[in-house]
Design a binder for this molecule. Structure first.
Ligand code: NAD
Ligand code: MG
Length: 393
């Protein structure tokens, strides 16, 4: 029996994870669940999965959750705050941690799981973007197992040999090809992008996701963050990572080898596939996802990304090349800008303007410690908020 902690249980990935777990009660047991503020949803999940512990964001949310659980006669222990998240991620009573909190808030608990040598199913790409070297070092030092949940990285993981040890040259890898849908604005006239609304930006053509990553997909910052994520997961320099637009999202990514072979993973766009793959690895379990019918799909298309349409993608490559805390700067500026856009304080195209200014007007240094990374994150947020305030409409 695998005992599982889900960080971010009420989000899109968290709900998909619970959906897969519910299909295999003989194999998996939920140890702990976390949510930030959606206590009713978390209470319902506690009723269904009976975890020992549940963690929320604030004392107030904890009091509300405790009351709901009492009403239902549940004995789940309720805690709140970052230390509690780290505790459920590193407890001796859990084997596997699904890291599915969105944004920088997920870094500390994911790192706690790494330091405790857990099997980590990593959806929270921002953690790797911010502190890739430190995170990978912690995984290796403490004998943790890191399995990618991001569909592209899970596809690459499945397309590499099982013995792959973060050396593309040793495995004969010529290129890692990340596919991207291009999001909702792939074909929309660039001049009209200034005026798009949060709801339009969140209407992804193929995937159902949280609002932050949906906006990231519309700007293609999501792909930029994934390039940095791939760099750390697979030990590949930026020059070996290529982005290809593939609007159908059927090929989830591929690996090109020196002999001309290309190995890809295909499937219907549903996150339960990578989640089930990582949960059961190296075995396979049913996920609830329908089998892919290529004859129904009919056509698969590919094109090169347009960096002028998607400046965020170029900014991410720039941050990866710059190294050190530059990706942390990029990530923090993006989180602030996306939040401001979702709250309709700035326009869609202001997102890339805020990030570019934060990156170009602030120093970055060595990512020598988590404290250095978090300090950079904090400085970048202050700088980004000031720029947002100047732009606010
Ligand atoms: P979501 O917004 O649907 O859910 C986020 C979860 O994090 C919620 O449970 C929320 O309660 C929790 N949370 C939010 N802020 C928090 C905070 N400050 N402290 C603690 N918990 C907090 O997001 P999502 O779409 O499920 O994405 C989660 C992560 O997975 C992101 O890093 C995203 O990039 C990544 N990811 C998602 C998908 C997808 O299909 N949704 C695909 C690939 C990667
Ligand atoms: Mg992805």
């Amino acid at each position: 029996m695998q005992r599982i902690t889900i960080l971010g249980a009420t989000g899109s990935i968290g709900v998909s994870t619970l959906d897969v777990l519910a299909r295999h009660p003989d194999k998996y047991q939920v140890y702990a669940l976390s949510a930030h503020s959606r206590v009713e949803q978390l209470a319902a999940q506690c009723a269904q999965f009976q975890p020992q512990r549940a963690v929320v964001g604030t004392a107030d949310a904890a009091a509300r959750l405790a009351a709901l659980l009492r009403e239902r006669g549940l004995r789940t222990e309720v805690e709140y705050g970052e230390a509690a998240l780290c505790a459920i991620a590193s407890s001796e009573q859990t084997d596997t941690v699904m890291a599915a909190i969105v944004g920088a808030a997920g870094l500390a608990p994911a790192l706690a799981a790494a330091r405790a040598g857990k099997k980590i199913l990593l959806a929270n790409k921002e953690a790797l973007v911010m502190s890739g070297q430190l995170f990978m070092d912690a995984v290796h030092e403490h004998g943790a197992t890191l399995l990618p949940i991001d569909s592209e990285h899970n596809a690459i993981f499945q397309s590499l040999p099982q013995s792959y040890a973060r050396s593309p040259a040793a495995a004969g890898v010529a290129k890692i090809v990340l596919t991207a849908s291009g999001g909702p604005f792939l074909k929309r006239a660039v001049e009209t992008l200034e005026a798009v609304t949060p709801d339009e930006a969140c209407k992804h053509p193929n995937w159902e996701m949280g609002r932050k990553i949906s906006v990231d997909s519309a700007t293609m910052m999501n792909k930029g963050l994934e390039v940095i994520e791939a760099h750390w997961l697979f030990g590949a320099p930026a020059a070996l990572i290529e982005v290809v637009i593939h609007p159908q999202s059927v090929i989830h990514s591929m690996v090109s080898y020196v002999d001309g072979s290309v190995i890809a993973e295909l499937g219907n766009p549903d996150m339960r596939t990578p989640i089930a793959n990582a949960l059961a690895f190296p075995e396979r379990i049913a996920s609830g996802v329908a089998q892919l019918d290529l004859t129904a799909v009919g056509t698969l298309q590919f094109e090169k990304p347009d960096f002028a349409r998607f400046p965020c993608l170029a900014l991410a490559f720039e941050a990866l090349e710059a190294g050190g805390t530059a990706p942390a700067l990029l990530n923090a500026a993006n989180e602030v800008a996306v939040q401001a856009f979702l709250e309709q304080r700035i326009g869609f195209r202001d997102i890339d303007r805020v990030i570019a200014r934060v990156m170009h007007e602030n120093e970055h240094g060595a990512a020598s410690s988590i404290e250095a990374v978090m300090a950079q994150d904090a400085r970048a947020r202050v700088a980004a908020q000031a720029i947002v305030a100047g732009l606010a409409r």
